[in-house]
Design a protein around this ligand. Structure first.
Ligand SMILES: NC(=O)c1ccc[n+]([C@@H]2O[C@H](COP(=O)([O-])OP(=O)(O)OC[C@H]3O[C@@H](n4cnc5c(N)ncnc54)[C@H](O)[C@@H]3O)[C@@H](O)[C@H]2O)c1
Length: 362
């Protein structure tokens, strides 16, 4: 088992990473002095796989457990579902000291986190992430939110969990598409922060894809460490934390221009590659680094083609998402693998140049 500390003063917490950790949640909650009543929020998919194991462990440790379920899917990240959960929490006699355990992927983590942040002005939150994306990204850093109409993730709070328990055994039941989604964020973390970790991924990606426990644990640990370090330096997303958006400027635009028919991981992968190419065209990033990135992305089973590429829609979506000032747009660009910078000076015409003929080049 490995541990990462997220040092945020009185909001500090630990991330525990390892196989079978779900059976230790009760022990750690007791050690942390939690009350004897708990509420788990999950969905039917995750409940069927891991709900019973977690519940049994908690009951054995003497906790009284209520399990609340929401249907699977991003559309559950809504004020309506949050409203229903407030009602059910109240019916379960949840109090200020009753922890909410978010058991599931990023959707459950964000939704249950939002509910924990707001119910009774805040109850303790424990993240038990079960997707790779949630283990390396969404469970760490305290961003909790629901969507509201076009406002994705815009109704929310910064609300740090008290503990994150990442059981890497849960990754064994993930759909390969969800594993690839998470790998996109893992590769992103290596590019923005740690060239040695990038080399580690190049060397060990096959073992990781075959779900080798030792390598999965190492990968989740190193990525969690990077996210923790970035969040420690900029908890409220006022500067440095923006680098975590590497690949997301174009990625989000592709996702929405393709009516969400391109997966999130793939969109981010295309966005990372496009940003790398922009940096290369600006004379900053070496072409060999672009090639290394492209190769790793492909090996992670992330397709880099853009189906029905409609450049105008992509550019339009970028304008909708971000501020374009005087034909220039904000980008996170790599200087080298392991080192990025933020610039407001990327010309839209350069973005267009990189995207024209994309499918032939990649
Ligand atoms: N808060 C943050 O900082 C942050 C960061 C990145 C993404 N997000 C959010 O995360 C969400 C995406 O999260 P996600 O990719 O985990 O998607 P998800 O939560 O929808 O999970 C993907 C699918 O996998 C299923 N699943 C979960 N664990 C499983 C397991 N162990 N085995 C089999 N199936 C399992 C889920 O039921 C779901 O069908 C988005 O809403 C996004 O906005 C938040």
């Amino acid at each position: 088992m490995k541990k990462v500390k997220v040092g945020l003063g009185k909001n500090s917490y630990e991330i525990h990473i390892g196989p079978g950790i779900i059976t230790q949640v009760g022990h750690w909650l007791k050690e942390s002095g939690f009350s004897d009543k708990l509420v788990i929020i999950t969905n039917p998919v995750v409940k069927r796989l891991y709900g019973e194991t977690l519940e049994q462990n908690l009951t054995r440790e003497g906790f009284r457990v209520s399990m609340l379920q929401v249907p699977d899917g991003e559309e559950q990240k809504s004020l309506e579902t949050a409203g229903r959960l407030y009602h059910e929490l109240s019916n379960s006699y949840a109090e200020r000291t009753t922890p909410i355990l978010a058991l599931g992927g990023g959707v459950i983590g964000d939704l249950a986190g939002f509910v924990a942040a707001t119910y009774l002005r805040g109850v303790p939150l424990v993240q038990i992430p079960t997707t790779l994306l949630a283990q390396v990204d969404s469970s760490i850093g305290g961003k909790v939110a629901v969507n509201h109409g076009q406002l994705k993730n815009k109704i929310g709070a910064f609300y740090q969990p008290r503990l994150v328990m990442s059981d890497i055994s849960t990754l064994r039941t993930l759909h390969p598409r969800e594993l690839a989604n998470g790998l996109a964020e893992v590769i992103k973390s290596a590019v923005i922060w740690d060239k040695e970790f990038f080399a580690y991924l190049e060397e060990n990606l096959d073992e990781i894809k075959s779900l080798d426990v030792r390598h999965l644990e190492e990968m989740v640990f190193r990525t969690a460490e990077i996210k923790a370090e970035v969040v420690e330096k900029d908890e409220k997303d006022l500067g440095l934390r923006n680098i975590l958006n590497y690949g997301h400027t174009i990625g989000h635009a592709i996702e929405s221009a393709a009516d969400f028919k391109v997966g999130h991981g793939e969109s981010v992968a295309i966005g990372m590659l496009a940003a790398a190419k922009i940096s290369n065209r600006l004379g900053i990033l070496d072409i060999n680094e672009v090639t290394r990135l492209r190769n790793l992305i492909k090996r992670a089973n992330l397709a880099t083609e853009i189906p029905n590429l409609d450049l105008d829609r992509i550019i339009q979506a970028m304008g909708h998402d971000k501020k374009i000032i005087g034909g220039k747009i904000r980008f996170v660009l790599p200087k080298a693998i392991g080192d990025v910078f933020i610039t407001d000076e990327v010309d839209l015409s350069l973005v267009e140049q990189v995207l024209v003929g994309w499918n032939e080049e990649t």
